[in-house]
Design a protein. Structure first.
Length: 146
């Protein structure tokens, strides 16, 4: 199976079984954001996790290699149309340079890793309207001088 076919099979099976991403991640003993990303084809799963996903979602054996396959992390270069995804695009447009300045002021010239990285999404109840709390935690990688 191609990775795109497996992604579709995962999403359909998840829906048919009435499972949440959090429940699937719990079964794997891994983080919700990472498991969701891997199931959507943007990360490669270790063999044990791929086995568990295939078993949990009753996926065919041919799905396992695609879940373990190294991804090509590419996406459309156009402005996203989905309102929720667009807001993250907007946040980076408005605050990206600010984040870069603040991070480099605190750490020096470098980047935040998206490889040695974790992300959590939490719900914070608030009388003025519930809040979305996104925590990104990445290792700082200084640029090399040579």
């Amino acid at each position: 199976m191609r990775k795109e076919e497996v992604v579709e099979a995962v999403v359909l099976a998840k829906k048919a079984k009435g499972l949440s991403w959090e429940e699937i991640a719990g079964e794997l003993g891994m983080g919700t954001v990472w498991v969701t990303s891997a199931c959507l084809g943007m990360n490669s799963m270790p063999e044990a996790a791929a086995d568990k996903v295939c078993s949990l979602l009753d996926l065919p054996a041919e799905a396992k290699p695609a879940l373990m396959e190294y991804p090509t992390k590419a996406w459309e270069a156009v402005v996203p149309q989905d309102p929720l995804v667009y807001r993250f695009y907007e946040i980076m447009g408005v605050y990206g340079d600010t984040l870069k300045e603040v991070i480099q002021e605190k750490f020096g010239d470098g980047i935040m890793s998206a490889i040695d990285f974790s992300m959590e999404v939490e719900k914070e109840e608030n009388p003025k309207g519930d809040r979305v709390v996104v925590t990104m935690n990445g290792k700082f990688l200084p640029y090399s001088n040579w």
